[in-house]
Design a protein around this ligand. Sequence first.
Ligand code: PLP
Length: 526
Amino acid sequence: MNSEEFRKAAHSAVDEIIDYFDTIQDRRVVSSVEPGYLRKLLPSGPPAEGETWGTIQKDIEAKIMPGLTHWQSPNFMAFFPANATYPSILGELYSAAFTAPAFNWLCSPAVTELETVVLDWLAHILHLPDRFLSEGEGGGVIQGSASEAIVTVMVAARERYLNQACEGLEGQEREEMRNDTRGRLIALGSEESHSSTAKAALIAGVRYESISTRMEDHLALTGEGLRIALDECAGQDLQPFYLTTTLGTTGTCATDNFYEIAEILRKANMSTRIWVHVDAAYAGAALILDEYGHIAKHFAAFDSFNVNMHKWLLTNFDASCLYVCTRAHLTSALSITPSYLRNRFSDSGLVTDYRDWQIPLGRRFRALKIWFVLRTYGVNGLKAHVRKHIFMGDKFAAWVRERDDLWEIVTPPAFALTVITIAPPAQSKVALPNGMTNPRVNEGSGTSNILPSASKKDRVRTNTLTKDVYERINSAGEVFLTSSVVKGIYAIRVVSANEKADEAHLRRAFDILVDTAEMAISESEA
Ligand code: PLP
């Protein structure tokens, strides 16, 4: 493809992308193809002679579109969003053009320096404590995913712990102590932590234990939960070195009790031994709002934090921003410098080589799209986007409460996510005990299927019905939702945080939920 052909092809591709976005809501949101559909549509091998862009482009609509689930559709209310926007697409375009696996500063100084600057900007607007800024001992780095960020910090935590344990020892003695300690290391998370923490432990070669959470605490990890877990570890001669805490868990958007966790670690004299990571992959975006930003002050007691801009901050995949308060812990754990990577700038110690802050060597120019997004929307534009969805989520929860004959909210609505289950039949509703702390339960009809006292029969019936409703809705394909099992309760998660989603889309989803539930209930009673 020569320059002129590229110019024409790129214009045509951009036109098609714009048309796609403009009409996306008319498409069925979930793909309905059967496994293996694509192989049947493609030839058995690549063409011997090159094809024109016109021929290739036609296959986007004919062959690829049917197999796409449209994450950018305003009717996509599943998982968490993965926003793509025009400025971030432009960032990707330039990044592809400038392709340079910029592992060292020298590989392309702008790639490194822009990353440091935009991550400091982001830290400021997220209200992160100054410890996470590059001006001090900390700093941010863009990773491909929250999972990668967690593996990276877990390895740094392991090395920090082992170095502390072996302090003052040398040679054989040090090696023996290191091996002995390593065999007793344990990483902790909560039952609600994303599975990436368990996977990170697998990769880092350490044990993993998840700490129980309770409905009464809205599924948050509490100080007491952590204290019990630490006691149990001590009883088994295990050495906890790492803990994932979460702002906005995947299942229900629960927020761990950061204050209590920091206090327990401080009292146990473990603040500098257990590396605490804050996984704010989705809900971290809300920290840009003044009404949520205060939460970040607790992170001053912790070691690292990540937020995926590619979820809720209008930046397309991938852009997971990881911050550490002591970058030396990352670089001393991950820096290996064969001679071909040495250069006078790296040796001078005056530049950042992001290869030492991550697992891979090469890296993409992801800072560009973040820069474009921050400048195009401005801080106020990003705030308006996040605030709009939190407001819409609260509206959705209010509609659910109005239909408490049909639906019940499982955990407090948070960060635009509402988790619901079919309400128990009226004749078997139970009164709430005094002192029930779940605000959703208290605000509701005064009856509930989510209490431990709910009858087993009701639970089985409502779980079956909720699953049935969920499956009917997703196979109809007008809106796309995800389900979850919360302490034995089958639940449907509804989250609308897509740039193109308005209240009307959410209302339509609610009406579909109501109509489908009514149909499923009446059929089950027939
Ligand atoms: N942490 C949380 C709280 C998540 O919700 C998710 C995914 O949704 C992840 C981690 C994993 O994200 P990634 O795909 O970036 O690894």
